[in-house]
Design a protein around this ligand. Structure first.
Ligand code: BDP
Length: 647
């Protein structure tokens, strides 16, 4: 089940490693885009589905379900892709299922993809949770360890073997978590037949969201020529009003190649060009990429067209790929976070990919609604708690100027056995994959390698030192953090991060009901952490559950009033500290979300300021008022956007 062993932890890392991210992974992971040389065929829709409910969950492999049509192996049901499978049926055993599930879809492939040997056909899975194996016409083409990140494989030769057959794609997905997965988990078998049915087992997890599973993001077939642009890396900078785009293009499958790189502004005018595979494009009178509410036209993107003319043994090829590029810089001082050399204050949210019925399934209406809500409330940022979100979401962030702290699925690392080398190696692999996928997004300003690990445990120091140094070497242009809730004096990873991120829930998990402790305890928290580390701090989580429609005055826990007062009391302290070293505040959470069942969760976590259906609770209006006020103070809003405004 685990990825192949790395050749030792201490690998030689290249200088300017972002340009060399490909040296750790074999290939690039460019988002599939159509162009004059590339086609994309989306396989969203209904797939056949079968959960393997055999006692050891291995029947599908024993009987080789991938060899024939899934419906010939036994009963199948319709399953939408993308979606989590858990909430699609009325079957509680499928909602809580652990083990292998099987998906299958037959695709008619355009004839020219088959006849043209110069066409490369690739299957790409945007993400599937957790471990996946893919077969095409019964032949295994790839497997992938981990949810939330894409994987792909070339399938052209298999499709060409028998062009009369439709192309049958089978994907088996297993959501079992182990001490070495990210996030970690463990399976507990309970054999006491006086209390539990025969074969009873549970999946223990150490994180607070439902372990939704299935094919969560679109599955695509796409084409490129056999000589093609495999990867592009851009790093941007500016001096006065001249922007600089440092770039590198990687090519695969060519014996000889020339490239033409053209940078175009929003109106399609060429502003710089080059015929080198790497170099610097200079942009005079640059339009910088600015965050939402920091500038009157945030999210300015150039288009970088890479045109490859290449030849290989077979023929000559032209490949065209266009990458959106935002020109901006990011840096950190001991008290500030700077974007384009100007102080940036994060006033934003933590989110989840989570909604009714779809679970963690990719859904455009939900994504656009969430962006409208973010802009309505004046949020300028979010953290991808607690795993990488869909690439399409980051593209929206680039376009709208929403700043992102990009977090990997390192959540719930609580068991000391999850600090061993097998876990660390996998965590390093995941960071490689994450940086490879997201390195070119202007919106991504910081990497977060974990959320609330047991960072006080002795092995945490080596683990996080290695992980953070590795991430910084992969991408020297962005700061790195992890999100802590452990005691400032015992936190083993804090010396290595660039920004301190702290989660705290005063008057909730500690001193429940005692709102009066918040000012004192929050102040003490900030002073302690800043006093020890002298690094800028983000309050990366704070909040309280509120069951929508539940009221009490004086406020009591779980009412909308209590949630409001928790927020307001925290804001008073934030206002003092943001004059010093506090560089941001991210509410927990944007919206209510599903969790496992438990005595502290009333059908999920209710700390959202919006309900799971995206309706505002009273707290949403408190944040809206505050965020627009902060934007007016810290940003450079044109007069027409001043709050109150009609968006
Ligand atoms: C924080 C976790 C987050 C939880 C939150 C809570 O980082 O994942 O959902 O607590 O309990 O500590 O609501």
């Amino acid at each position: 089940m685990l990825s192949p062993e790395r050749p030792g932890l201490f690998r030689v890392l290249c200088l300017f490693a972002l340009f060399e991210a490909g040296c750790l992974l074999d290939t690039g992971m460019l988002f599939p885009r159509e162009s004059s040389s590339r086609e994309v065929k989306e396989l969203s829709g209904l797939w056949s589905f079968r959960a393997d409910k055999s006692p050891d969950r291995n029947l599908g492999f024993d009987k080789a379900w991938y060899k024939s049509r899934l419906r010939e192996t036994g009963p199948v049901i319709d399953m939408p892709v993308p979606a989590s499978y858990n909430d699609i049926t009325q079957d509680p055993t499928l909602r809580d299922f652990i083990g292998w599930v099987w998906y299958e879809r037959e695709v008619v492939v355009p004839a020219r993809w088959i006849t043209d040997e110069g066409t490369r056909v690739v299957i790409r899975v945007g993400s599937a949770h957790y471990y996946s194996i893919v077969w095409v016409n019964g032949v295994k083409v790839t497997e992938h360890n981990g949810g939330h990140l894409p994987f792909e494989a070339e399938v052209g030769s298999l499709i060409r073997k028998d062009p009369t057959q439709p192309c049958r794609i089978t994907i088996a997905v297993n959501n079992t978590l182990t001490l070495e997965t990210l996030p970690p988990g463990s399976i507990q078998h309970i054999d006491d037949i006086t209390k539990y049915p025969k074969g009873f087992f549970v999946q223990n997890i150490y994180f607070d969201f439902f372990n939704y599973a299935g094919i969560h993001r679109p599955v695509l077939l796409y084409t490129t020529p056999t000589a093609y642009v495999d990867d592009i890396t851009v790093v941007t900078d500016f001096l006065d009003n001249t922007g600089r785009v440092n770039y590198k293009v990687s090519v695969q499958g060519a014996t000889t190649a020339t490239v033409k790189v053209t940078l175009m502004d929003k109106d399609g005018h060429c502003v710089a060009s080059s015929t080198e595979p790497f170099g610097v494009l200079k942009v005079v009178d640059v339009n910088l990429w600015w965050p939402y509410l920091m500038h009157e036209s945030p999210g300015y993107l150039y288009s970088m067209e890479v045109r490859l003319m290449a030849a290989n043994e077979r023929s000559t090829h032209e490949d065209v790929y266009t990458l959106p590029v935002g020109i901006r810089t990011v840096s950190v001082t001991s008290t500030q976070f700077l974007i384009n050399k100007k102080p940036f204050y994060f006033h934003g949210v933590n989110k989840h990919e989570d909604s009714d019925i779809r679970g963690k399934g990719f859904d455009w209406p939900l994504i656009v609604k969430d962006f409208n809500l973010l802009k309505w409330m004046g949020a300028n940022s979010f953290r991808t708690s607690h795993y990488p979100y869909a690439e399409e979401i980051l593209q929206m962030c680039d376009r709208h100027g929403i700043v992102v702290i990009d977090e990997c699925p390192g959540v719930g690392i609580k068991d000391i056995r999850s600090f061993r080398n097998a876990s660390l190696n996998h965590h390093l692999d995941v960071m490689d994959e994450l940086v490879r996928r997201d390195k070119n997004h202007a919106s991504v300003v910081m990497w977060s390698v974990a959320n609330e690990p047991a960072s006080e445990m002795p092995p945490a120091e080596f683990y996080f030192k290695t992980l953070i140094q590795h991430t910084k070497a992969l991408d020297p242009t962005r700061p790195v953090t992890y999100v802590s809730n452990s005691h400032y004096a015992r936190d083993k990873g804090a010396p290595y991060v660039d920004v301190i991120c702290i989660n705290s829930y005063f008057s909730w998990y500690h001193d429940p009901g005692h709102l009066e402790v918040i000012p004192l305890q929050l102040n003490t928290q900030f002073e302690n952490w800043y006093g020890k580390y002298q690094k800028p701090i983000i309050q990366s989580e704070y909040g309280a559950d509120a069951v929508p429609g539940l009221h009490s005055d004086p406020p009591m826990m779980f009412t909308e009033e209590y949630q409001k007062v928790v927020l307001q009391s925290c804001h008073d302290v934030f206002d003092q500290k943001r004059k010093q070293y506090l560089i941001g505040e991210l509410i927990w959470n944007f919206a209510d979300f599903m969790t496992v069942q438990g005595i502290t969760r009333v059908v999920g976590n209710k700390k959202g300021v919006f309900t799971r259906q995206r309706q505002p609770k009273a707290a949403a209006f408190i944040l809206k008022e505050r965020y627009w006020r902060l934007a007016n103070e810290t940003g450079r809003l044109p007069p027409w956007t001043k709050y109150p405004c009609s968006l």
